[in-house]
Design a protein around this ligand. Sequence first.
Ligand code: O4T
Length: 510
Amino acid sequence: MAPSCQLWKRPGPRRLCRALWSGAARSSASRALEAEPGPPARPVLPYDAIPRSGRSAWFNLYRFWRSDSFQRLHLVMERNFQRYGPIYRETVGAYNTVNVLLPQDAAQLFRSEGIFPRRMGIESWAAHRRLRNHKCGLFLLNGEDWRSDRLVLNKEVISPAGTRKFLPLLDAVARDFVSLLQQRVRKSTRGSLTIDLYADLFCFTLEASSYALYGERLGLLEESPDAESQRFIGGVETMLRTTLPLLFLPPSLARWTNAPLWREHMAAWDIIFKHADKCIQNIYQEFCLGQPRKYSGIMAELLLQAEMPLDAIKANMTEFTAGSVDTTAIPLLFTLFELARNPAVQAAIRKEVAEAEALGPRELSKVLTSMPLLKGALKETLRLYPVGITVQRYPTTDVVLQNYSVPAGTLCQVGLYAMGRSPEVFSSPERYDPTRWLSKEDNNFKALAFGFGARQCIGRRLAEAEMMLFVMHVLRNFTIDTVSKEDIKTIFRFILMPEKPPLLTFRPID
Ligand code: O4T
């Protein structure tokens, strides 16, 4: 394929393309953070000169709706970048955005996000909270309300000290999952296990997150996982799937044009809140009867600290419970698949895991930091399969992106799926190569699946630890293989998902 730099048939000197791909551009992302941007090489172009995809907003919305393009939004964006260049404007319905994909532009958005970073709100989610008189959690809050909750939650959820406390809980669940796999292998005559792990991975992430959040096991890794938890997992999936079509329609319009979709969305939310409420009531009751002596999860710490009212704790615990299932299970599935079809990478990581284990029993956080190749594999997975396909920000000041002036308050998106597969950003982007993250090469603003800055994903450390510990224990005990070496087709349902989960074969390592 021609270097896609030439695919960008946009006006502007060809030397611009060459300049973009020289080392100069790459280091500019890091320079962009230090020095104030120098005077623009050329006069800054006006906002209206930014290339635009499709003309009429409402026709675009209709086209998207008819061709169900919402589920291929990531592919539509990738094609648009190839057609219009590294920046283009999109208007779909009432929704107008400037899309970029180069690290240096992500750095610019970071520099102009202000102290209350914002992403596009989700009206159907906020409408549910109002209807049911629930408080909003971090994801839906903005401004001072967001910041005060975030500062309290950071200590227990994402700080190194907070992470160190919940690591042992996640490790126990990862070990139990491996025991469950070993049990199943023993039952099969062939001494191996070929399985669609999709449902089991959701059970693992729900079990692990619930243990870290509430300090109690749900018992999902036994042979007959409990029905109520299965309903919850289904509820999260339904809620995410029904979020997408509602995203582009104002809820009032959605309510009477798509009553069934709206009803399904509300019902899914009610299942989610019911489950989270049960977990919260259990621990709150025990907490009132006697404070726990040892660490028993994030919620207990928040209750002990009493820096946040109970209804705010509940709103955020509900978001963490529901937000930590699919968003961690799906990258795990993609990682196992890529390790299965890249046996050399799998062997190298298995060797790294064995060497880390040979260093003898140590604090888990030290074990995890001694496996850079495994960490790199997770970064490769999130490069090729970013769970959230964009990072959104509203710049608080006018910002210059690709030499165009973008007014403050304009919704800007970094297209992560397109960035991760762009040969202008990653050499041989199709290769699953964890070592690319180890080199001293400038990787600034290239690993953005968890966002950046003060509003980056608060569940980041929880998700990374769950994935690292899971893959570490699985590779220590099994080889992973897959029949189909073909790429997995992806669809976007508010999170990026596999169209069809792959079959994986696990063989015990005696
Ligand atoms: C927003 C959040 C935490 C609730 C139910 C959530 C979810 C969920 C999520 C977590 C990343 C994302 C990406 N979308 O880029 C995919 C479910 C809250 N969540 O899945 Cl109550 N991490 C979503 S994003 O717009 C943040």
